[in-house]
Design a binder for this molecule. Structure first.
Ligand code: SF4
Length: 669
């Protein structure tokens, strides 16, 4: 436990880990945090917290923090400490030299879902306005960008529909590809409370997650599908709803597009979509699918079914299709637009919703408005004093492909570690190594920094002001509790880099950045720091047509896009095939005490709870390979290999192995 004496005062702020967005009181002694206490009036957590937010904040002052800017000519050279001004001048000169030689679009930037809204906004503004390209993307590219696209297409807005509190009215909870007990613990407690009160639970997951076996909770159905077959399962559920007459006809007639609904209904009703036929693909017994579909469509005792989903839905080649499949099912059953129902993506990172909202996509300006829209572009051009490119830029994977082709040469990465967290890290590493200038802004010398030419010290959530937006569209305040260790907060670093590039930015405080966002983005028009400070938080959309604190439940009465739109969800088998050489499928997840690639939590006492990644393997697969529990095993895929200690368990099914990804590759010592 990291508690350092009696506090003298406290400052309210927001947890910087998961998308629940718990409010905390940072209890202080001078400029030193003594402890973090969950805020009882925090609207996302109501006084609750988990082991990460409560205890894992000591990384902010860890000895590994880099507090001096550094540059080097080649990635094989040693780092040279320089002043901030030298670092900015060097990075700016390199970006301009590369653009002069290879063209405007040879450079790009990646925003962070760990940083504030204001910081994400500034990075995309720097890329678009100062560098003149739409080559900006966010780390959500490898997690929840299918949510943005899928819900945007079907409902008209790229966000979850409910508040967390809405689960108190839920009678049937359908949890798909998420493990809230580990990933979103404070929401999991709320869900479990409701389940203990009698709400029904359906889980769709290849692994037997904690919720399935949680005390006093009975999962009515656990559809333990084969990894990669989500779309076949959701379509089979829809097949049952359509063919057994479980459609909410009144809702569909009033709220949805007749044509797309008719096409979808005809598609899912085909015999080949039935649970009996798709069982062959999914491995899920037909009767379990039928039972789950009936339960979801009828909504248990009170008629309210809600879907909660996570990265098991989105981190697939068919991620967007699956999100649309979920939306189709919810619309067909009339489970949108009131308390207790809805489609609820459980966002992984603290500000993945916000970074997406802030225009971190190569095709969208803030507020999810397409760069090809002349009116929208004119609005930003007038405010930013530049001409914007009407063509979408490169997404992260395209940037890496282009780097290997030789056409993409420089990257500015804020608060993100693609060399450790993106798929196919060897490909990513090769792409980064091929670039002429990589600028990394981070707390630590992370894996990506191995390929950097400029390192700009980042600032933790304790060192800056701003806002995070959680999974329920709730905009929470982040308040500075101590000065930035390196002298500049992340937003100031981006601002000074823009200035070095010759583009004027002169914000005096992040509240001024939010004022600009509000002036340019209709769904944020009513958002200001003053209002958040007064009300505790607001939920977007928040403007003249919403209540003062914004919108708790979306799509009440009508969808944001008008009529809800159905999409055909054709299952396409994954390219990752089982072969004699590669007979197992690997899936990944998180544990309660660690967070993502572990850069923060590994540098805290939380590692006492979970100090290594383990490979879960079914007893039959272990026996076949002569693997004992706790033994080191070598794991190899088409794109890499690693060594992990085995955990022999029936949590995974035969043919599937599972691990967490909190620790860098490390063999037996
Ligand atoms: Fe809350 Fe998530 Fe932070 Fe835990 S990690 S305290 S659930 S915001």
């Amino acid at each position: 436990v990291i508690e350092l004496g009696q506090p003298e005062h406290s400052i309210l702020t927001t947890c910087a880990y998961c998308g629940v967005g718990c409010g905390f009181k940072a209890e202080m002694k001078g400029a030193q945090v003594v402890r973090m206490v969950p805020w009882k009036d925090g609207q996302a957590n109501e006084g609750h917290s988990c082991i990460k937010g409560r205890f894992a904040w000591g990384y902010a002052t860890h000895k590994d923090r880099i507090t001096q800017p550094m540059i080097r000519a080649k990635i094989s050279d040693p780092w040279q400490e320089v002043s901030w001004d030298e670092a900015f001048s060097h990075a700016a000169a390199e970006f301009r030299r590369i653009q002069a030689e290879y063209g405007r679009d040879a450079v790009g930037g990646i925003t962070s879902s760990r940083c504030t809204n204001e910081e994400a906004y500034l990075v995309q503004k720097l890329v678009r306005a100062a560098l003149g390209t739409n080559n900006v993307d966010t780390c959500a590219r490898v997690c929840h960008s299918p949510t943005g696209y899928g819900l945007g297409q079907t409902f008209g807005t790229s966000a979850g529909t409910q508040t967390f509190k809405s689960v108190e009215h839920t009678d049937v909870a359908l949890v798909i590809g998420a493990n809230p007990s580990e990933g979103h613990p404070v929401f999991a407690s709320r869900l479990k409370k409701r389940l203990r009160q009698g709400a029904k639970l359906i889980v769709i997951d290849p692994r037997r997650i904690e919720l399935v076996d949680s005390p006093h909770i009975h999962a009515e159905a656990h559809l333990q599908l084969k990894p990669g077959t989500n779309v076949a399962v959701i379509t089979a559920l829809a097949h049952v709803v359509v063919t057994e007459g479980l459609i909410n006809e009144a809702f569909v007639a009033e709220r949805c597009e007749p044509k797309s609904f008719a096409q979808w209904r005809d598609f899912v009703a085909r015999p080949e979509q039935s649970p009996e036929v798709t069982a062959e693909i999914t491995g899920v017994p037909a009767e379990a699918v039928r039972r789950a579909a009936r339960l979801y469509a009828q909504g248990g005792s009170g008629g309210n079914s809600a879907i909660y989903y996570g990265l098991g839905v989105t981190e697939h080649a068919q991620g967007s299709t699956m999100v649309m499949g979920i939306a189709n099912l919810a619309m067909a059953c009339g489970m949108v637009g009131r308390e207790g129902v809805g489609v609820n993506p459980l966002r992984g990172q603290n500000n993945v919703q916000g970074s997406c909202d802030m225009g971190s996509f190569p095709h969208e300006l803030p507020g999810y408005r397409h760069v090809s829209d002349t009116t929208v572009r004119a609005l930003f051009e007038s405010a930013w004093g530049v001409t914007l490119d009407p063509e979408p830029g490169l997404r992260i994977p395209n940037m890496f492909d282009a780097a290997l082709d030789g056409s993409f040469k420089a990257l500015y990465v804020q608060g993100e570690d693609p060399a450790q967290s993106d798929p196919n890290t060897q490909h990513v590493a090769a792409a980064l190594a091929s670039m002429a200038c990589v600028v990394v802004q981070d707390l630590f010398l992370n894996e990506t920094a191995q390929y950097a030419h400029v390192f700009l010290p980042g600032s933790s959530f304790l060192e800056k002001d701003g806002t995070f937006t959680n999974a329920e569209r709730r905009i929470n305040r982040v308040r500075q509790v101590m000065p930035p260790l390196a002298g500049l907060a992340d937003w100031e670093v981006t601002q000074k880099l823009a200035q070095a590039l010759g583009y004027p930015m002169a914000y005096r405080h992040p509240s001024e950045i939010m004022d600009e966002i509000a002036a340019l983005t209709p769904s944020f028009a009513g958002v200001s720091f003053d209002k958040i400070d007064r009300l505790g938080s607001v939920q977007w959309p928040c403007n003249d047509s919403t209540p003062e604190a914004g919108t708790a439940i979306m799509h009440v009465g009508h969808f944001v896009r008008g009529l809800g739109r159905f999409f055909i969800t054709q299952y396409v088998p994954s390219d990752e095939k089982i072969t004699r050489r590669f007979p197992l499928i690997l899936t990944t997840g998180r544990v309660l005490s660690q967070y993502n690639v572990g850069a923060q939590t590994r540098r805290t006492a939380n590692s006492a709870w979970h100090g290594e990644d383990r490979l879960e393997i079914h007893p039959l697969d272990a026996e076949e390979r002569g693997i004992q529990d706790a033994e080191w095993v070598s794991l190899e895929s088409r794109v890499g290999q690693t060594m992990l200690r085995a955990r022999v368990t029936e949590r995974v099914q035969p043919g599937v192995v599972y691990t967490t990804f909190h620790f860098p590759d490390r063999g037996p010592t």
